[in-house]
Design a protein. Structure first.
Length: 206
């Protein structure tokens, strides 16, 4: 996740308040505590801390049984929804839909685990290179195209944005045996070509 993406997510989440005192958040594809705090600390500082201090209870969900994963489960499987149906008041799905084989199934599972009158936040790369983890299906939507996936249940769009990434460290100089080829990302940056991410936060009604 880009740092600037995490800042947008933080500001979007501040527009919400948990219900029933301490509502639960499904952080789908959370990765490990080490990744959230040390590899990409902006995830913890801008998202997890914001949610916790606002009264939300974050439940970190991932396929890997690792420290910092609260629930080991696979959102790409049909049985996922049966385990956690209508449990969460807020569901986060960041930088995941471009890495799944069946987007519609994942969308169905995200809706199923979010209770009616709850919220879903999704981010997906909009302008970014193919990156395999382990696959990249090439999905590069606008915020509205993300909402369209949830057309049957999406109610109000709370926030949406195409986030342009200006952090120069994200445009790396790489080793290459071809002259100048390893500088292509950095040159693109100076010519105004930026990585971009689509983000949207919306309420649902089932």
């Amino acid at each position: 996740m880009f740092r600037e993406e995490s800042v947008w997510i933080k500001n979007a989440l501040l527009k919400l308040k948990p219900k029933n005192g301490r509502d639960e958040v499904a952080n789908i594809g959370s990765s490990t505590e080490h990744f959230r705090k040390s590899v990409q600390p902006h995830i913890h500082n801008n998202i997890i801390e914001t949610l916790s201090t606002s009264g939300w209870k974050v439940v970190n969900i991932d396929m890997k049984k690792e420290p910092g994963v609260d629930l080991v489960a696979d959102v790409t499987k049909p049985g996922f929804a049966e385990l956690y149906k209508d449990r969460f008041g807020l569901t986060l799905c960041t930088n995941l839909l471009e890495h799944v084989e069946d987007i519609q199934l994942v969308v169905k599972n995200l809706v199923a685990v979010t209770h009616s009158d709850g919220h879903i936040l999704v981010t997906v790369p909009y302008k970014y290179k193919i990156h395999f983890d382990p696959i990249d299906n090439g999905f590069r939507p606008t915020p509205q195209e993300i909402v369209n996936l949830f057309n049957d249940v999406a109610e109000n769009i709370i926030d949406s944005k195409i986030i342009s990434i200006s952090d120069i460290d994200q445009y790396r100089v790489k080793r290459s045996r071809f002259p100048g080829w390893g500088y292509r990302e950095r040159l693109a940056y100076y010519f105004g070509k930026r990585h971009k991410t689509s983000g949207v936060l919306f309420s649902i009604k089932k």
